[in-house]
Design a protein around this ligand. Structure first.
Ligand code: HEM
Length: 218
């Protein structure tokens, strides 16, 4: 028995916990901070400059965002390798969600890799993100659609993960509680997706408006 196999129970619990805190909390906060775009370009720029002034920012990013995402992903892939969905044999709804959880996980590996490389360690590596800078990226319809997919995948992965978290940690016990929590999580998924899509659409539509104004001025 390897060290990992011996500690599988706690390693799995940690995988489940990191999905909620800090990663889940980060996603909600991330949509909130980018939601500043709905208050205008100045509000967005001020908020993002404020965050960049946080002391020891890189340390906090590594400790609270990158390492938890890395652990959650690597251990998640291990779980994926050792267990198989049985939605072909059983038609239970949970099996479909099991597959959805893995599918959205794969999309998120690609999306977060692309997003962090082009934003945090790309265009905004030396200066805070600006309304104009983010708009430049999201003005591309392909990037815009890719963001819509990334947002929906993150919201679905989080909502579905929260449902499993509540079962795994013994918070929702019994079919009635689990049934109710499924409805709550469905609502959470819809709200989170709507918030993220509103942010993406605000950037995309602003880019189109600016292009129209630019055309009129010529
Ligand atoms: C709603 C659309 C989104 C917008 C406009 C957006 C925008 C941004 C920006 C501007 C940054 C750079 C922050 C900085 O350099 O200070 C960033 C970083 C990041 N984003 Fe997003 N993002 C969006 C959706 C997502 C989604 C769906 C995820 C997936 C969970 C995600 C995960 C991350 C991560 C992990 C970072 C790096 C964290 C950091 O160091 O600040 N983002 N995003």
């Amino acid at each position: 028995m390897t060290l990992i196999q011996r500690n599988a129970f706690w390693l799995e619990r940690l995988q489940s916990l990191t999905g909620v805190v800090p990663i889940g909390a980060f996603i909600v906060f991330h949509f909130y901070e980018n939601g500043k775009v709905l208050q205008g370009a100045q509000a967005y720029n001020d908020a993002s400059a404020g965050i960049r002034q946080t002391p020891f920012l890189l340390f906090f990013e590594i400790a609270l965002i990158y390492l938890p995402i890395l652990y959650h992903t690597i251990y998640g892939l291990r779980l994926f390798g050792i267990s198989r969905p049985n939605n072909r044999s059983y038609r239970y709804r949970r099996n479909t969600f099991y597959t959805v959880q893995r599918l959205t996980g794969f999309i998120l590996i690609l999306f977060i890799g692309f997003h962090v490389a082009t934003f945090r360690f790309g265009q905004f590596v030396n200066s805070p993100p600006t309304f104009g800078g983010v708009l430049e990226q999201l003005s591309n319809p392909l990037v815009f659609v890719w963001f819509l997919i990334g947002v929906a995948a993150a919201a679905l992965h989080l909502a579905n993960g929260l449902w499993s978290f509540l079962v795994r940690w013994g918070i929702t016990i019994g079919p009635t509680a689990q049934h109710r929590s499924a409805y709550v999580m469905a609502g959470f998924f819809v709200l989170l997706t709507a918030a993220g899509w509103a942010v993406c659409t605000a950037f995309f539509l602003s880019a189109r408006q600016l292009a129209t104004l630019h055309g009129l001025a010529q």
